[in-house]
Design a protein around this ligand. Structure first.
Ligand SMILES: C[S@@+](CC[C@H](N)C(=O)[O-])C[C@H]1O[C@@H](n2cnc3c(N)ncnc32)[C@H](O)[C@@H]1O
Length: 455
């Protein structure tokens, strides 16, 4: 494998060892019993003896019989548990004797290339060290999140993953937790080439980026698709923390008008190039701003967005105060308020606890209660034990979006349209805002549609 020049990635700390272990330890010769079967009877033998065959993964049970000059027979390899045909169970023994075939010994060599990753780990790791259960694939990069106990074996683990997974050319291990503002993380190369420039296909879009420079999570593929499926081609999307475009690009392909923003200049760079590569540069306008400034700019520019996407789960809820009192001009122009899709983490005991936690925090940030009959909570994935990633979707409440006098006017108009008392509704909006500021969780117990699914 030819090594590429080192990438300019800021966080790569070490190079993989050239060879992590001596593969000769896998070399072995096996000898098994083989039946000398006429070619035309092979299928019948396979069927009658199926429980007694060698059945090694990635190996054929029938091999060439080198002793057959006219190729009229093949060797059928029996289980390595049998030392002799006399050890066959009764029914199988009767079948073999009725067919009157001869038998012989067959030996073959095994080496490292034969074994699967699990078998290699069993041979290479101490019995009390569990092999890593899974890894994330980002193009040609396998991304592991190893435990402390794996530290002495990390290069061995990396090498096996590299060798046993077609398409993987680089194996990296995450160091520490995602803490940076741009949600990138330190990583070390365990095996393969030090090349973080990846190409990923997701929902018919192609994304090229440097995995060390920007945020990407292949485990969110389903969630990206779920949300984009909710949009119609009439929607105008405001993607406040867009990364390199996994919501924005497919939404653009769908025909939506998209305004996509990310604070990381490298994310912005790849967003622009990915929009071009996927031919949606006419549908997606790209911004490199702080999310608050971005939202302010869209409102100032009279962009009437219908959907807001906020995928910054650590902090997005707290960003919801950016909507407060910002949309009076929309009311004057008769523009409907958008639906907000806000991602967040919650660490409560169960889904019910997480739901209440999230809604209370959103209401506090909005400064008013949500009409919970209009809220959807979707469980995106278990990030860690007792840590859920959720998406809360809600129509932006007028009591948040408008300043008090416009909120009262809007509530009165809505009540009049519904044939009710305007003053009561307006008072309600104001009272709700005051209540939310006190953030009393007990006041909010009405029905919220809760959808659970594991990504
Ligand atoms: C969790 S990632 C999500 C990216 C993308 N939406 C996705 O699903 O892959 C959050 C993104 O928010 C960006 N970000 C962090 N703080 C920001 C801010 N204050 N304003 C705008 N973007 C920000 C990060 O650079 C990162 O790309």
């Amino acid at each position: 494998m030819a090594a590429k020049a080192a990438s300019s990635a800021p966080f790569l700390q070490s190079r993989a060892a050239a060879t992590a272990f001596d593969t000769a330890i896998f070399n072995a010769t096996r000898e098994v019993v083989a039946l000398r079967v006429p070619v035309k009877r092979c299928a019948a033998f396979m069927k009658s003896l199926q429980g007694c065959l060698l059945n090694y993964p990635r190996m054929r049970n029938i091999v060439t019989d080198e002793a057959s000059a006219d190729n009229s027979t093949k060797l059928l390899l029996l289980s390595d548990k049998l030392k002799d045909v006399s050890e066959l169970p009764e029914a199988e023994a009767q079948f073999v004797s009725a067919e009157g075939v001869g038998n012989t010994k067959f030996s073959f060599d095994l080496d490292y290339t034969y074994y699967g990753a699990d078998e290699c780990f069993k041979k290479l790791l101490p019995a009390d060290i569990e092999a890593p259960a899974s890894f994330e694939t980002i193009g040609h990069v396998a991304h592991l999140n190893l435990r402390d106990s794996h530290e002495p074996f990390k290069h061995v683990i990396g090498q096996v993953i590299l060798d046993k997974n077609r398409g993987i050319r680089t194996v990296v291990n995450k160091l520490g937790s995602i803490a940076s503002e741009f949600r990138t993380f330190e990583m070390e190369v365990l095996a393969g080439v030090d090349d973080m420039d990846v190409e990923v296909k997701e929902s018919k879009s192609v994304f090229k980026f440097n995995f060390a420079e920007v945020y990407w999570n292949s485990r969110l593929q389903q969630e990206h698709g779920r949300l984009v499926a909710k949009f119609s081609n009439k929607d105008v999307i405001c993607d406040m923390f867009c990364g390199i475009g996994p919501f924005a690009v497919p939404a653009g392909r769908k025909g939506c008008t998209v305004h996509a923003n990310d604070l990381n200049p490298r994310s912005y760079h790849y967003l622009v190039s990915n929009c071009k590569a996927n031919k949606v540069e006419d549908k997606v306008t790209c911004y490199n701003l702080d999310a608050r400034a971005f939202l302010a700019q869209l409102v100032a520019d009279n962009v009437a967005f219908t959907q807001v996407c906020m995928n910054l789960p650590m902090d997005a809820v707290e960003f919801c105060d950016v909507f407060r009192g910002r949309f009076d001009s929309w009311h004057a122009r008769g523009i409907a308020l958008p639906t907000v899709h806000c991602y967040c983490f919650s660490m409560k005991e169960d889904f019910g606890g997480c739901k209440e936690d999230v809604l209370t925090r959103v209401e506090k940030a909005l400064g008013c209660p949500l009409d919970r009959s209009t809220v959807t909570l979707f469980q995106v994935r278990d990030v860690a034990p007792k840590k859920l990633m959720m998406c809360v979707s809600f129509p932006l409440p007028p009591a948040c979006a408008y300043t008090d006098s416009v909120a009262a006017e809007a509530a009165a108009a809505a009540a009049a349209a519904a044939g009710g008392g305007g003053a009561t509704a307006a008072d309600g909006a104001k009272r709700g805002r005051d209540e939310a500021e006190e953030a009393a969780p007990d006041a909010k117990k009405s029905a919220t549609e809760a959808t659970t699914a594991k990504a």
